[in-house]
Structure formats: structure tokens, C-alpha cells
Design a protein around this ligand. Structure first.
Ligand code: GLN
Length: 494
């Protein structure tokens, strides 16, 4: 369980004429009770000691070094302030007056970000914290990372791997990545020219797109999609073209996919295993994608972050291994999900040298590199035995089944995922048709955070009958969420 539920119903205040909209807009505003000044004040009173001054040690009186000329009495040296900081005579610093930017605000808002809203997934985590809700929204584990991995990171810091690594990634990690892909997919990669270590797959994806697209290029995206891809495309001034994945098994219409490709298509993004649907693209589906990429001279950029989280015999096929795709695929992945270290921000991009050269240019100037000691630990992680990767899938399969059961008992209609660690649920069965209204009710009143389905779709209205839960959580967390959902909705479907 993630702490007591302390959320009185309607804690955010009454409903407005259009509660769904006001909730969406509220993302942009900081609620009054969590303003910066009140937080700072709270921190100050709770954490302050009687004095903020550093006490001078009585055992070691400060002496003037003998080499310095004697100080003239009564005049402090030029470089010293006349009053000692913290003394009773310290002048109150003059308040810097704020000139409101209002008239010129527009001037400082880049067109490329003006229509962005913040990530709904990450917003839900903040709402979960505010309302002490069980967080089944953002996909990060609430159980510990593997002990041996934490030891490897600690060891790396102690052994002083604390300065920049080579920009493309520490050599041991690039070697370990090459060895991993050889072991799991018989794929040969050159660590010197085909592997770039980045700050998580988020950087991997945007760096790949920035490196390969030009304004007005088109990018094909399967919908529902992981919400970052939209802003990623926008930051490149590329146009998005969507192809629908249809429930319950999230298949797509090959003709619709074919129609999405044209002479302007620069790339297609394929996330398999898929977030949020749990779909694992089959070899046949990927072969069609590969065929279209070759026909239209387009790239396939794959997000394979859930590659080891597969159920019911599903098989993960990296597009990079398909015939004709070695030179036109960019594979993005990271340590986050496979090793339960989403906060480490260590990812990698694999691509043929001609693509890697451009990707490295973006990465070099964008972030320089991922955290060095964590890269060292990454090298250790990737060489863990096969059993680690098999157990990961087994453990998540059990959690998936457990949460599927809890959601069904609560009256929801969950879709069974074949991979990744999310469950999309239909909400019509509990009498709802608005994902945003229900998500708000769940986090504020029921005490469970999920992600409204609409945030995985391009247009308002699509996905409004869906919400997403994640199950990368302790059993107690899932159990508590199930208890709260059942208390709120059990019987709604009867
Ligand atoms: N992949 C996670 C999710 O979909 C979140 C990742 C993130 O917030 N960076 O919940």
C-alpha cells in the first residue's frame, strides 16, 4: 500500500460548468495551496535550526597566516564586507522588484511549444501524490530495483567513475549492448559506429527524429500512442499521420497503413511491445511495415523499451533484424523498464553508421551524455544471465493476471495485454463515457490514479471510453487499488 488515503471528496473544489475542461486547464495552474512561497515557508519553519550561521570551531581559533602583512586596525580588507553575514547588523537584501512580463509574454513563447499541454501521465503522478491516491498511472515500479544493480552503481561511484564518459557512451556499456543484441537476436553491431548511449529512450526518440527529419516531413504513428511521440514530431516541425489500432487485439488495417505512406513520409514510429495497448506486433505486421518503408524510402524508428515484458508466448521481433531494414531502422531502448530503474535515464540508440553519425551530433549538443556511474552499472545489468530476463516476464505476467481480475471484479472491462505493463480498460461497463471525468473522480475521491485514455489519441473524443492502469507495482499496491475500485464501483455493472 502506498500510504493512507486522505482525500476528502471534491478536494479540488466544486465542479464547474464543464468539469472535464476545467480539470484539463487546471494543469497549467499551480493550485493556491501549493504555491512556491507557501512551500518555501513550510520548509523553512519545519527544517530551520535556531541559527543558520556555521558555528566556528572553539578548538581551532582562526589564525592569520604569518606570510600576510599585519592588518591595519579598524579597516577591513577591501574584499571583505564590512558586516559579517549573519551578524545583527546584516543589511536586509534589497528586494528585486518584478516587472510583469505580461505585455511581452508572447514574444518569449516559441511557436513550437505554444500548443503543448504538459504530459498527462506525469501530471497524474502529481495528482496521485496530492490526493494520496494509489498511483497506477505513471509506469514506474514501486518495488526496489535489483540489489546487485544498485551495488554495481554504488561501486562505480566509489571507484570514481564520476566524470563525463565518452559522449557516445562508456565503452563497457556500448560493448555490453553489442553483446546483448548478439546474444538475444544474433544481431551484430559495431559499438564504435552503431551504438549511442543517451539519457533514456525519451532522448533517444527525440534525438533520432531531430537527426533525420526536416520540417514538413511526415511521420506515421499508430494510435493510441505513447504521448511523447506527438510533441516529438512537433518539435521537429514534422506532420503526424495516424493509423488506428483497433481493440480488442489492437490490429490495424493494412490498407489504412498503406494509405498513410506517401512521398513525404520520412519515418514510422513502431512501439512494440506497445504502450498503452500491450500489443506485440507480429512478424507479419512488421514485415508489411518494413516493405512500406523500403517502397517509400522511409525509416522505421522502433521504441522497444518493453522488449522483455512479453506474455502468453508472444515473441518480440526487432525490425532492425528484418531483411532490408538494417540500414533504415533506428532502434531505441533503455534500462528503465527491463531493470526497474526508470529514474536512471540511461538508454541507447542503435542504427547504421550513416544514421548514427547524425544522431550523435544531436545527442552531443543536447545532453553530452548519460550519468557515468549508471552507465557502468548498465554494462553489468546487460550481462545478467538469461534467467533474469525470463523471470521478469514471469513476474509481470502474474501481476497482469492479478490486476485483470481486480478490474473485472470492480466492473471494468479490461483488455488483456500481450506485452508491456499497462491495461487499457473500457469504462462504459461502469456507466461512464468520459475518461477525464472518471480519472478525476478516481484520483480525487476513490483514491486510485490512472491515465485517461484520450491522452493516447490525437483527437478529442477518441479514447474517451478508455482509461489506462499500470501494474508494475507491489502486490499490496495493486490489492489496495482493487479494494478502492471495488468499493466504488462493484455492482455498477449488475
Ligand atoms: N512510460 C511511462 C508511462 O507510459 C512513463 C514514462 C515517462 O513519464 N517518462 O507511464
Amino acid at each position: 500500500m502506498r500510504g493512507p488515503r486522505a482525500c476528502p471528496s471534491g478536494a479540488l473544489g466544486g465542479t464547474s460548468a464543464n468539469p472535464a475542461n476545467s480539470w484539463r486547464l487546471s494543469r497549467l495552474r499551480r493550485p493556491a495551496n501549493t504555491s512556491r512561497s507557501s512551500c518555501a515557508t513550510r520548509r523553512c519553519t519545519a527544517g530551520s535550526t535556531p541559527t543558520n550561521r556555521i558555528p566556528s570551531s572553539p578548538s581551532r581559533p582562526r589564525r592569520r597566516p604569518p606570510s600576510l602583512p599585519p592588518r591595519r586596525p579598524g579597516r577591513p580588507p577591501k574584499h571583505q564586507s564590512k558586516r559579517r553575514p549573519g551578524s545583527r547588523n546584516t543589511p536586509t537584501p534589497k528586494k528585486v522588484s518584478r516587472v510583469p512580463l505580461e505585455p511581452t509574454t508572447e514574444r518569449f513563447r516559441a511557436h513550437r511549444v505554444e500548443h503543448f499541454t504538459e504530459s498527462v501521465i506525469r501530471e497524474m503522478t502529481r495528482l496521485a501524490l496530492r490526493h494520496s491516491a494509489v498511483n497506477l498511472a505513471q509506469g514506474f515500479p514501486d518495488f526496489p530495483a535489483p540489489a546487485e544493480l544498485k551495488e554495481a552503481a554504488t561501486r562505480a561511484i566509489e571507484e570514481d567513475f564520476n566524470q563525463y564518459a565518452v559522449t557516445w557512451g562508456a565503452k563497457p556499456l556500448r560493448d555490453a549492448i553489442a553483446a546483448k543484441y548478439l546474444r538475444h537476436y544474433a544481431l551484430e553491431l559495431d559499438p564504435e559506429t552503431e551504438i549511442t548511449v543517451v539519457c533514456g529512450s525519451t532522448e533517444g526518440m527525440i534525438a533520432s527524429l531531430l537527426a533525420t527529419t526536416n520540417p514538413d516531413d511526415e511521420i506515421v504513428i499508430f494510435e493510441p500512442y505513447y504521448e511523447n511521440y506527438g510533441p516529438d514530431a512537433d518539435l521537429c516541425s514534422a506532420k503526424r499521420r495516424y493509423v488506428t489500432l483497433h481493440a480488442p487485439d489492437w490490429t490495424f488495417d493494412p490498407d489504412e497503413l498503406r494509405a498513410a505512406f506517401n512521398s513525404k513520409t520520412k519515418a514510422i514510429i513502431v512501439n512494440t511491445p506497445n504502450n498503452p495497448t500491450g500489443k506485440v506486433f507480429t512478424r507479419t505486421e512488421l514485415e508489411l511495415i518494413a516493405e512500406l518503408c523500403q517502397e517509400h524510402d522511409a525509416l522505421c524508428i522502433t521504441d522497444e523499451i518493453y522488449e522483455h515484458i512479453l506474455y502468453d508466448g508472444a515473441v518480440h521481433v526487432p525490425v532492425l533484424t528484418l531483411p532490408g531494414m538494417r540500414d533504415r531502422t533506428i532502434l531505441v531502448n533503455s534500462m528503465s523498464k527491463t531493470f526497474s530503474v526508470t529514474g536512471w535515464r540511461v538508454g541507447w540508440v542503435l542504427a547504421a553508421p550513416h544514421l548514427t553519425t547524425s544522431i550523435r551530433k544531436v545527442h552531443d549538443f543536447l545532453t553530452v551524455g548519460a550519468a557515468t556511474p549508471l552507465q557502468q552499472a548498465g554494462a553489468f545489468a546487460l550481462s545478467l544471465p538469461d534467467k533474469y530476463f525470463i523471470d521478469l516476464a514471469v513476474h509481470y505476467a502474474e501481476r497482469r493476471d492479478y490486476l485483470m481480475g481486480l478490474l473485472r471484479v470492480a466492473g471494468l472491462a479490461p483488455y488483456r495485454p500481450a506485452g508491456a505493463y499497462y491495461i487499457m480498460s473500457d469504462i462504459k461497463s461502469i456507466g461512464y463515457s468520459d475518461d477525464v471525468l472518471l480519472s478525476r473522480h478516481l484520483v480525487e475521491t476513490v483514491g486510485v490514479a490512472c491515465v485517461p485514455g484520450g491522452s493516447f489519441f490525437s483527437r478529442q473524443g477518441l479514447g474517451s471510453h478508455l482509461i489506462r492502469f499500470c501494474f508494475c507495482k507491489k502486490y499490496e499496491t495493486l490489492e489496495e487499488a482493487g479494494r478502492r475500485l471495488q468499493r466504488a464501483f462493484r455492482g455498477a455493472a449488475d
